[in-house]
Design a binder for this molecule. Structure first.
Ligand SMILES: C[S@@+](CC[C@H](N)C(=O)[O-])C[C@H]1O[C@@H](n2cnc3c(N)ncnc32)[C@H](O)[C@@H]1O
Ligand code: SF4
Length: 491
């Protein structure tokens, strides 16, 4: 059990997230009264004001014995981007706690005090403020405590993304269309999605509603310019080719195929794709698809509940190439149960023969609401060191295949405190992924569980407008979903 006692501030959420980095499954509790601490670890953090100079003190106790103490005399010494008082104070507090935890724990925290999902955003803010590269690295390493390699990685990614994001334009938007059906649920997954075998009878109705919502979004956005479209899920190819075609055609009739700069379909699982489906997508001008192995190890595919083999992946991949798809992405997950460095090497060796244009390497995130979370004790979980080795294999593989990192994000409960990296061959980057991750353009989203994000560039602010996550609710409350978006757009 880890106890936390705060004095002079109440940044509970961020401190909780930071402490979690070091203690994956230990219970963390905040106490208002120091006498509630009984045994185990106690983290004390106090903000004080001495003649107008604000500083912080951090102390860590293990079974009542002081094991770490540090004082930061002035928050003004913190040099960060857009350093408003609150932000500096938060960074100062987190630095003290981070340093203390690195002293008492053997867990590595390569992302330093950062616990958010989108670390590249910091780089964009610094570049916007005309901070030079060396100073950006210095801030990331000295203030945010990133490992040098992570700091260099996000600086390079940020710089690569600039041409796709800038100049900012409040009249430009992307469209996300959710098709939340899957043939089975993978054990690690917590995305809102319905089993097609159970909810198949609702697909026609869902398609009608989705097309209706797409039409209404087009009306709301008729003075704006569309940039990219992403049809995701779930697994969009889990529904019939006819329904998916109706959806794609409705996008074109509402927005005009020629106005769309990029359109992607998350095809995903090979057990939802056949020749007819692939031909339909290609004939309808879909440029990019994903065919996701997660792993090429058949034993693991069974464990994670995917009803396909690695050979199915290979077959569908070559079919898609034969039909003419120019850009295929493949998703992998590192840290899957029963996988170590050997399995990852085998997966990569198989992918080498396929030579995809994009590769997205996720680190397993143990999500609440996933089957894996509830049955974790059945599996061997690899150490942080082994996960790092597996990720190193993917980095080396990407380099060898001329795949460069172009977007990055992190997730809560991500194993080993690592990250997810999207790699691409030069010029084949998926612009939608960059836009969605960096939140510098409005994304209008249609469908169950889809989240619209309206961007206000002047304030560098995003307003989230989520659709409901249950299919019945979505079908019953479609007009409300549209009204919610309309309301925020007129703010
Ligand atoms: C929304 S899923 C859709 C993909 C498609 N349905 C499929 O499974 O091939 C996008 C990707 O997120 C990744 N993913 C899902 N859950 C994850 C988790 N708990 N940890 C890490 N990656 C995860 C998988 O690589 C997956 O391909
Ligand atoms: S990973 Fe993909 S196929 Fe598996 S349950 Fe999640 S969305 Fe569906």
């Amino acid at each position: 059990m880890i106890y936390i006692y705060l004095e002079g501030h109440n940044f509970r959420y961020e401190i909780y997230e930071l402490v979690k980095v070091f203690s994956f499954d230990e219970e963390i509790i905040f106490v208002d009264n120091i006498d509630d601490y009984k045994e185990g670890i106690l983290i004390k953090n106090r903000v004080y004001d001495s003649n107008g100079q604000v500083g912080t003190i951090t102390q860590i106790y293990e079974n009542d014995k002081l094991v770490y103490e540090s004082i930061r005399h002035s928050i003004e010494d913190i040099k960060i981007d857009r350093g408003d008082y609150d932000k500096k104070l938060r960074v100062c507090i987190k630095q003290g706690i981070y340093e203390g935890l690195t002293k008492i724990s053997r867990v590595e925290a390569p992302w330093g005090i950062l616990t958010g999902i989108r670390p590249v955003k910091i780089v964009h803010n610094l570049i916007d403020d005309e901070v030079d590269d060396d100073s950006i690295l210095n801030i990331l390493i000295e203030e945010y405590k990133l490992y040098q390699e992570k700091a260099e990685l996000i600086l390079n990614i940020g710089k690569k993304q600039r041409k796709y994001l800038y100049p900012l334009d409040e009249n430009r938007f992307s469209l996300y269309v959710a098709i939340p059906f899957c043939p089975t649920r993978c054990i690690y997954c917590s995305f809102p999605s319905c089993n097609i075998n159970r909810y198949g009878h609702l697909v026609d109705k869902y398609t009608d509603h989705l097309i209706y919502e797409i039409g209404k979004i087009a009306e709301l956005m008729d003075t704006k310019t569309i940039s990219t479209v992403y049809i995701g899920g779930g697994t969009p190819t889990a529904i019939s080719s006819d329904n998916l075609e109706r959806i794609i055609r409705s996008i074109y009739s509402n927005f005009g195929r020629n106005n769309i700069k990029e359109i992607t379909v998350e095809a995903g699982r090979p057990d939802t794709m056949d020749y007819e489906m692939l031909e339909m997508l290609y004939a309808n001008g879909i440029e990019r698809i994903s065919i996701n192995p997660q792993t090429m190890n058949d034993k693991t595919l069974k464990i994670i509940g995917r009803k396909h083999t690695s050979q199915d992946i290979i077959d569908v991949y070559f079919q898609a190439k034969e039909i003419g798809f120019d850009i295929i992405n493949m998703d992998l997950i590192i840290g899957l149960p029963s996988e170590g460095v050997g399995e990852v090497r085998e997966t990569l060796a198989k992918l080498e023969e396929l030579d995809p244009e994009n590769l997205t390497v996720h680190t397993l995130s143990v999500k609440r609401g996933s089957k894996f979370r509830d049955t974790m004790e059945k599996y061997q979980i690899e150490s942080q060191e082994v996960i790092e080795k597996m990720l190193d294999e993917t980095r080396m593989f990407a380099k060898k295949m001329n795949l460069e990192p172009y977007y990055l994000y992190r997730q809560k409960q991500i194993m080993g405190n690592f990250e997810n990296i999207g790699y691409s061959k030069l010029g084949k980057e998926c612009i939608y992924n960059i836009i969605m991750m960096e939140e510098k353009e409005t994304v209008m989203a249609a469908g169950m569980g889809a989240v619209s994000k309206i961007f206000f560039p002047k304030e560098n602010r995003i307003e989230r407008v989520p659709n409901v996550k249950s299919i019945e609710e979505y079908l019953g409350r479609i007009d409300e979903m549209i009204e919610r978006k309309a309301k925020v757009l007129t703010l």
